[in-house]
Design a protein around this ligand. Structure first.
Ligand code: PGA
Length: 252
């Protein structure tokens, strides 16, 4: 059976002290309680703290992810961070296509595809976010939107490359809003996504594929979400900023 993944997306929230003390407290908690956590836990701090975060978790089961990577390999891109830079500090997990970046930073089409290509080249695990807007769901277009987002990104790649992908279904209307999707909406969409992978890449790939849910997961609703057949974990935003609540989520 697959081990559920919990990815804490700290976005632009924690400073140096908050980042490092959260990670140290988490490790201390596992050590003190002698807990061998059942979930694979990945933390995504901001760029300046990736290096120190990665050093703190060395030799433990915690992993660190970048929240973004630039779509070009190198060059005159002031203020950007490349895949080479991330790999040079031992970062091999990256979130790509988060709706906040798609809308606020206009990341679509070729930009996303290039980010994915470069991430594959450097051997990164790609947490690829997809999700529909409120309006699209109300118009009953959500399944088509998700299919299209997959066709525009991961479905460009051959079967050997699929092992790099972790799909994160994050309905945009549920991100940071406290408006959680219903269990049926989540399971139905995850099942749909898996069926698309089944049709395109076959049973073995679709069974192995991790499909995470993201959008207003908290310490109360996480358990039921994680128990769904086609849910293999979650991306946690707001609730990952509160230590005690995050502890509950990872212990379900
Ligand atoms: P949220 O964010 O848990 O605050 O809704 C999730 C995400 O943005 O990945």
């Amino acid at each position: 059976m697959k081990k559920n993944i919990v990815l804490a997306n700290w976005k632009m929230n924690f400073d140096f002290h908050e980042t490092t003390s959260f990670i140290r407290n988490l490790l201390k908690f596992f050590y003190d309680q002698n807990i061998n956590h059942k979930k694979k836990i990945i933390l995504a701090p901001s760029f300046p703290f990736l290096h120190i975060s990665n050093q703190i978790v060395q030799g433990t089961k915690l992993k660190i992810a970048a929240q973004n990577v630039h779509h070009m390999e190198k060059g005159t891109y002031t203020g950007e961070v490349s895949a080479l830079m991330l790999s040079s500090i031992g970062i091999y997990n990256v979130i790509i296509g988060h709706s906040e970046r798609r809308t606020l930073c206009f990341e679509t089409g070729n930009i996303l595809l290039n980010k994915i290509k470069i991430s594959i080249k450097y051997g990164f695990n790609i947490f690829l976010c997809i999700g529909e807007t409120d309006e699209e769901r109300k118009k009953n277009e959500h399944f088509n939107v998700i299919r299209q987002q997959l066709e525009d990104t991961v479905f460009h790649f051959s079967v050997e490359k699929i092992r790099f992908f972790y799909i994160a279904y994050e309905p945009i209307w549920a991100i940071g809003t406290g408006k959680i999707a219903t269990i049926e909406q989540i399971q139905n969409m995850h099942c749909f996504i898996r069926s698309l992978f089944l049709n395109k890449y076959g049973e073995s790939i679709s069974n192995k594929l991790y499909i995470l849910y993201g959008g207003s997961i908290n310490h109360v609703n996480a358990k039921e979400i994680f128990l769904q057949k086609d849910v293999d974990g979650g991306i946690i935003g707001n609730c990952s900023l509160e230590f005690s609540k995050f502890l509950k989520i990872i212990q379900f």
